[in-house]
Write a protein that binds this ligand. Sequence first.
Ligand SMILES: Cc1cc2nc3c(=O)[nH]c(=O)nc-3n(C[C@H](O)[C@H](O)[C@H](O)COP(=O)(O)OP(=O)(O)OC[C@H]3O[C@@H](n4cnc5c(N)ncnc54)[C@H](O)[C@@H]3O)c2cc1C
Length: 391
Amino acid sequence: MFPLILKTTRVLATILAVPNAALIAAGLAQSAFDASLNHALSDCSASAYSGFSQNNRNVLREMIRIVERHYGKEIVERLADPLLSGVYGGEASQLSVRAVLPRFADMEAKYGSLGRAMLAQKKVTAKNAGTPTRPIFSSLRDGMSRLVEVLSSRLNPERIRTNIPIKEIQRREYGWLVNTAAGGSSFDAVILATPAPAAAQLIRHSAPAVAQELAEIRYTSSITVGLVYDASVQLPDGFGFLVPRTENKRLLACTFVHNKFPHRAPENRSLLRCFLGGSRDEAALTLSTEEILSIVRRELDEILDLTDAPLAARVYKWPSSMAQYSVGHLDRLERIRHLLQETPRLTLAGNGYRGIGVPDCVRTGREAATQMLGYLGFLTETPASVPAPLV
Ligand SMILES: Cc1cc2nc3c(=O)[nH]c(=O)nc-3n(C[C@H](O)[C@H](O)[C@H](O)COP(=O)(O)OP(=O)(O)OC[C@H]3O[C@@H](n4cnc5c(N)ncnc54)[C@H](O)[C@@H]3O)c2cc1C
């Protein structure tokens, strides 16, 4: 194993390269770079963007440029690009920096250097020790299904309907008619928490202008592959690796789950979770389970020298699951917000708008619910004082 030649020694200290130069991000959470990026990621909707000229404002390419200037081309190729592509399943140069990482650009504008920004941030963090920071991504100890289980256990089952695809919603004088294959039901207010293109379909006749905007929000697909090995299998230390696109692999990333979340694997087992797909490889979705497993096993062999057969393997496909905040996304949200004023008692929530991580989806759901309760008079506040709609 040889270390990668990188310009920033603090980052170098946390990164090892395997023979084929795929990146092993061992203990990445401690690195200077990751700290600043984590802060940027963890607060992506919090700060106003004020860094660049109007021409450059929208493009995440600008962020790539910042990283390159501060840390060098190798860091862009081997860390920033794979990280952003891994997180958003998209093409970094097509994403909107204002929508995805406003804080990152803000930090450079304010401090002139990401290093100085990070040090300043560290002081703030130390001062606020004990106040938890909001992560961009989150999970639950016993799996995400716990969220739905707990929520449904607290609701009256008679008020919940599942597995009933909605065909369309139609405006009525007071509220909305929700149409399913089994007929229509009237509701005072509706929160559309489907992916944006599905929401577009539902309101295509009742709010065509909003529908048109929603249909433009693109999603990419993701595939995850779980592989179980005996704990004696030879793997590098660390939480896993990201694969730079220069390696020409279909694998985007791999998590060593037994290290990252030890409670999720029995003590005598190693559990790998591999990621494929994204905007550069939508075709992966058409592959069979056998083809996907064969690709993953070949590439794990090339990257990790891992030739052992897994004791068990599972492939999960997530079609059109990762919203892409493309250039112009925030302007689109603004237009939607404006248009929705003409369709009261209807709002949106979910990963298509202001954050794809579960914490942001929960936040937007709460905001949407509060807004609708306000309209319906269930809150003491008047609708005007209810939090601004999501979009
Ligand atoms: C592989 C993968 C791993 C991820 N890992 C993490 C992670 O570790 N941490 C994290 O924070 N985030 C993670 N995310 C992101 C996060 O899980 C998603 O962004 C989030 O769950 C999206 O929630 P949502 O409610 O907006 O959309 P969804 O969960 O997609 O829910 C939309 C719902 O709308 C329903 N629907 C669609 N059309 C209709 C219709 N016509 N009628 C009725 N219902 C309809 C669908 O059936 C679906 O249930 C991950 C995403 C992927 C793909």
